[in-house]
Design a protein around this ligand. Structure first.
Ligand SMILES: Cc1cc2nc3c(=O)[nH]c(=O)nc-3n(C[C@H](O)[C@H](O)[C@H](O)COP(=O)(O)O)c2cc1C
Length: 368
């Protein structure tokens, strides 16, 4: 549905990844590396799939990762995702490149909220984001650490994707072929990036590619001291998003982070980078008793969530699983995506003979 409803460049921005998209494919394939071993006759009528991660109690062990520019995918954008997440008692993330303000989300949504911070060269902008999220009562700040430069997303190079979308002869035709999207985009609320617009026009009212944004606006010299400073300024639950090595996971503990998202950014940054699920056990073994470990990306099935939790993740998260649904049918679509996955997790836990997620362990897994 997303492919049908969206102009090509926007669909490929969601669906694409870096270089040959090897990591992107592997992120899901990795879950086939191991098999679940169920226990039967466990007398299970109902299950409890709630978890606590980053100090937040969630009704399901999967949450919506922060993703940029959501009002390009559906005119309700972040509002739709936030409301759907609230309905399912789970967390969602608002990106620094989000298209609805943190103030609006903070005042309308009661479920746990994560803000994803990009570390901009302009410290005034970075600090203003932290302060605004604090005032808007966001629960978690996640600093993204895998984007100091843009990934080589060749589909975006081919389609010429920018934010906001640039009107060219080619894009005009793709808009004309998707009139419902075009009417909502051009006649509805003006597209902007409210977390940025007071400081920079790029991305909000001046069209730029996401790769150029990362390379020119973000601080490529960001280091561990900067991450620790952000943690101190924020002072609440603090997560590093995009940790892949054991050494970095240990440093995250050292600087006082309360969580890490093991993530290769959905394969959109360093192609050939290991998949989060392949890398999960090493990281859980090293730091799992001191910090919450989230397995991010590649999730398309309830069994993927069960496998990651069995290895020792506290929760799973993903982007595309709800973004295609958002593009396809707005809030109703995201609700359907969450409902499908919730129902799968429930069914799979019953079939595994597990009443609650703490009964999942590596004893339930065998590696091929
Ligand atoms: C369209 C799109 C936009 C994204 N925007 C951001 C972003 O602004 N900040 C960020 O930290 N991660 C961003 N991500 C990465 C997601 O947070 C998440 O790590 C990734 O989607 C996980 O892979 P999955 O899509 O296979 O679940 C984006 C991902 C997609 C697909």
């Amino acid at each position: 549905m997303a492919k049908r409803r969206l102009p090509g460049p926007i669909f490929h921005y969601i669906d694409g990844a870096a270089d040959d998209e090897v990591s992107y494919r592997r992120n899901t394939e990795a879950y086939e590396r191991c098999d679940l071993v169920p226990n039967v006759l466990a007398g299970i009528k109902s299950i409890d799939m709630s978890i606590t991660v980053m100090g937040q109690k969630l009704d399901m062990p999967l949450f919506c990762s922060p993703t940029a520019l959501q009002r390009l995918f559906h005119h309700d954008g972040e509002r739709a995702v936030a409301k759907a997440a609230e309905k399912f008692g789970t967390m969602f993330g608002i990106s620094s490149l989000g298209s609805v303000s943190v103030e609006e989300i903070g005042s309308t949504i009661s479920t746990p909220k994560l803000f994803q911070l990009y570390f901009h060269k302009d410290r005034g902008l970075t600090n203003s984001m932290i302060e605004r999220c604090s005032t808007a009562k966001f629960d978690v700040l996640a600093l993204t650490v895998d984007t100091i430069t843009g990934g080589n997303r060749e589909r975006d190079l081919r389609t010429g994707f920018t934010s906001p979308p640039r009107l060219t002869l080619k894009s005009f035709f793709s808009f004309a072929l998707h009139p419902r999207w075009a009417i909502n985009y051009f006649m509805g609320e003006k597209f902007e990036l409210p977390q940025l617009k007071e400081y920079v026009k790029e991305g909000s009212s001046i069209s730029v590619s996401v790769a150029d944004y990362f390379s020119t606006m973000l601080d490529q010299s960001m280091n561990w001291e900067d991450a620790e400073d952000v943690r101190k300024k924020w002072g609440k639950q603090f997560c590093l998003k995009g940790i892949m090595s054991v050494a970095d996971a240990k440093r995250a503990v050292d600087i006082g982070a309360t969580a890490i998202m093991v993530s290769n950014h959905g394969g959109r940054q360093l192609d050939g980078s290991r998949s989060p699920f392949d890398q999960l056990a090493e990281i859980v073994d090293a730091v799992g008793d001191r910090i919450d470990v989230v397995c991010d990306g590649g999730i398309t099935r309830g069994t993927h969530v069960l496998k990651a939790l069995s290895v020792g993740a506290k929760a799973c998260s993903g982007g595309r699983f709800y973004l295609y649904a958002l593009a396809g049918a707005g809030q109703a679509g995201v609700e359907r995506a969450l409902e499908n996955l919730r129902a799968e997790i429930e069914r799979d836990m019953k079939l595994m003979g597990c009443r609650s997620v703490d009964q999942l362990s590596r004893d339930n897994l065998r590696w091929r």
